[in-house]
Write a protein that binds this ligand. Structure first.
Ligand code: P6P
Length: 334
């Protein structure tokens, strides 16, 4: 018998308030989906799922076979509880309306990225699933019902398919992490009450986009690179996994700051608000960190579309506060 609490028992105690019954049921489906996705990914090349399809998703990105497979797994699994009335997926242009007979118990909305960082699968680097749960005002939700700011989320989390499979979530009262036990096929509590370190010397950013960044971001990174000889008077380390879930998880465990500001394709950055930036910002803030577009708290951005992109800078609060301050001051002369 494991000394660790299993997630179902933990959530029964942990989830309080008006949404607790619904969340326990919805999360049981999400967990079931993530276990199935972990199996699909673990097969690797043996399952013949590693290739790309002829199709593109709404982002114009070439879809991997696993993008579609994991999307289908998530949609099918998350209709079981009867509480989800609508879904929005990175892989689908429009929201998925759930038949009335499949959502008799309630009207919650589920936004998700079924396989974040999927281009890493072929090279065996960590990938993840990200999800966000909102409440709908309407029994038959439409696109407009999804367009709620991140502060309205009632639950958010991710699965990380890494050296171990983990599940991390918040329902607004702290962040807790669970590890999938292969013997019992249960997620067990291994990282209670996760908190981001107050100080850090590690940043994560794709340096190849340096020339596209606004001056405050270039200034922040320049100072990190100048190390002890520069204004920061300490050396920094850099990481870039090209999988947001892995970056955010590392920051929860050992601190740091993750940045995806503007890039060559978009002055508003690459990451999507509804199913990447908002759920991860909810988690980061609940763990004592901060999350900004540079000029606005991400959780307060009013969405205009389910695939809207935002610049993202999140992690250690003191570093994010510094980045925000640089966006508020006149550019330093170089
Ligand atoms: P780049 C994965 O495609 C993703 O959406 C995030 O998970 C990740 O942080 C970022 O894009 C990587 O982007 O431009 O470095 O490939």
């Amino acid at each position: 018998m494991s000394k660790h609490t299993n997630i179902t028992a933990f959530l029964t105690q942990h989830l309080q308030g008006e949404h607790s019954v619904a969340l326990n049921a919805i999360l049981a489906d999400v967990l079931s989906a993530c276990k199935k996705i972990a199996v699909a990914i673990d097969k690797g090349a043996l399952a013949g799922n590693m290739g790309s399809l002829a199709s593109e998703n709404v982002q114009g990105e070439v879809q991997k076979a696993l993008d579609v497979i994991t999307n289908d797994i998530f949609i099918e699994a998350c209709q079981q509880s009867g509480y989800i009335a609508g879904m929005a997926s990175e892989e689908l242009v429009d929201v998925v309306e759930i038949a009335q007979d499949k959502c008799k118990n309630g009207q919650y909305l589920l936004s998700f990225d079924p396989l974040d960082g999927s281009s890493n699968v072929n090279v065996n680097i960590s990938v993840g699933t990200i999800f966000s749960i909102l409440k709908s005002a309407n029994k038959k939700p439409e696109l407009a019902d999804f367009l709620q700011s991140g502060t309205e989320q009632i639950c958010a989390g991710y699965a990380l398919y890494g050296t171990s499979t983990m599940f991390v979530l918040t329902a607004g009262n702290g962040v807790n992490g669970f590890t999938l036990d292969a013997d019992s096929n249960e997620f067990l509590l291994t990282h209670p009450n996760m908190q981001i370190a107050k100080e850090t010397q590690e940043f994560a950013i794709n340096m190849s986009n340096y020339r596209f960044w606004r001056e405050p971001v270039q200034r922040y990174i320049d100072e990190c690179l100048q190390g002890e000889e520069g204004d920061r008077k300490k050396d920094f380390n850099m990481r870039w996994v090209a999988s947001m879930v892995a970056e955010v998880h590392r920051i929860l465990v050992r601190g740091g700051v993750f940045m995806y500001p503007t890039d060559s394709n978009s002055r508003s950055g690459k990451l999507r608000l509804m199913y990447e930036a908002n759920p991860m910002s909810f988690i980061v803030e609940q763990a004592g960190g901060a999350s900004t577009t540079g000029t606005q708290r991400i959780l307060e951005v009013q969405p205009t579309g389910i695939h809207q992109r935002v610049p993202v800078m999140m992690g250690c609060k003191s570093e994010v506060d510094r980045i925000v301050a640089y966006h508020q001051t006149k550019p330093k002369r170089k």
